[in-house]
Design a protein around this ligand. Structure first.
Ligand SMILES: [Zn+2]
Length: 334
């Protein structure tokens, strides 16, 4: 298993893809955290000593936090007293590009990611030998992946993307399942790029409201995730969940490999043959081509809006059903 970072909410992020990106700031703003956006896209500088990396000597690789591009190895780092992570050499000559920066009445060399053009920090000529350079980086602009220790087996996380009607409901349920690391609400399975909630709701883009679940396979598995899925939504109503009607509310499992596809087929076949429901299961099994994270206010919607009528009437009963049936599998249960 390679040791890489997965950021389901950021479709441009890859530790292996080196092709140049051309993404607008408006798009990055939707994807990046406000702190990272301010540094990466507006060349803001974090306060010295605030990042955790400036004195860290763990062996590993540093990647661009915006796009995942490989920037430095830990053996190119040195401990500088300046309070920002400092390097004397970049990973390859394409990894970092430079621009003259005349802001704040100084003439400095700005360092940018060679793949996504995000601001990383500055380059100075007061570094150690052999290069004499000092790459002074914002820690927030960097992701660090420690080297895999072959003696320790590291757990890698897995993701699955499901549509079971309104994503507010589905997200709220999985958030509380043991082994689930994160649940992101979004859109998948449609034709348009970067759809908005309004576009998806119009039912014309082909997207379904989905959740992307990232889980630790040593603590839960697709079998359990599917069990929860078929408990908290009705897989027998075509393009509809309760009062929510339209293809955006279709019951769908998105697979990313043949194994997931087969598991999805098996669970549906099992439900059909056991006649769990009065009507046939209409859940579709579709390949995941692209996942788009939904607008920020849709994330964690139930927890932020518990008193809204929809949450009380529609989501809460689903959560109660889930909590009853999966009592021993809840996060806050020991
Ligand atoms: Zn980048």
């Amino acid at each position: 298993m390679s040791n890489t970072i997965s950021k389901p909410e950021n479709p441009y992020y890859s530790n292996t893809d080196t092709s140049k990106l051309n993404v607008s700031n408006a798009e990055w703003k939707k994807i990046l955290s406000p702190d990272l956006y301010a540094v990466a896209r507006e060349a803001d500088t974090e306060r010295a000593f605030t990042g955790t990396m400036w004195n860290d000597e763990t062996k590993g690789t540093y990647y661009c936090a915006t796009c995942g591009y490989k920037l430095f190895e830990s053996n190119q780092k040195f401990t500088s007293s300046c309070g920002w992570p400092s390097f004397f050499e970049q990973e390859n000559k394409e990894s970092i590009v430079f621009k003259l920066d005349k802001s704040y009445g100084m003439i400095r060399t700005e360092a940018l990611c060679g793949r996504c053009d995000s601001h990383l920090g500055h380059l100075f000529n007061d570094g150690p030998e052999p290069t004499g350079k000092r790459y002074c980086m914002n820690a927030i602009s960097l992701d660090f992946v420690p080297n895999v220790d072959p003696k320790k087996s590291s757990t890698s996380l897995a993701t699955i993307t499901l549509g079971g009607g309104c994503y507010w409901c589905v997200e709220a349920v999985y958030d509380n399942l043991k082994g689930v690391q994160s649940v992101v609400s979004g859109y998948a399975g449609g034709r348009t790029k970067n759809p908005s909630y309004e576009e998806v709701c119009s039912g014309t883009t082909g997207h379904a409201e989905v959740v992307q679940i990232t889980y630790d396979p040593t603590q839960t598995n697709t079998d359990e995730i599917f069990k929860v899925f078929f408990t908290v939504h009705d897989p027998t109503t075509l393009n509809r969940q309760g009062a929510d009607v339209g293809t955006q509310y279709r019951s769908v499992i998105f697979y990313t490999n043949e194994k997931e596809k087969q598991e999805a087929k098996n669970v549906i076949a099992a439900l059909q043959s056991a006649q769990v429901y009065d009507s046939p299961v209409v859940t579709t099994i579709e390949p995941l081509t692209q996942f788009y994270k939904a607008e920020e206010y849709h994330q964690d919607y139930y927890n932020n809006n518990k008193n809204q009528p929809y949450c009380k009437m529609v989501i809460q009963p689903k959560i109660e059903k889930f909590e009853k049936l999966f009592k021993k599998r809840l996060k806050n249960q020991n």
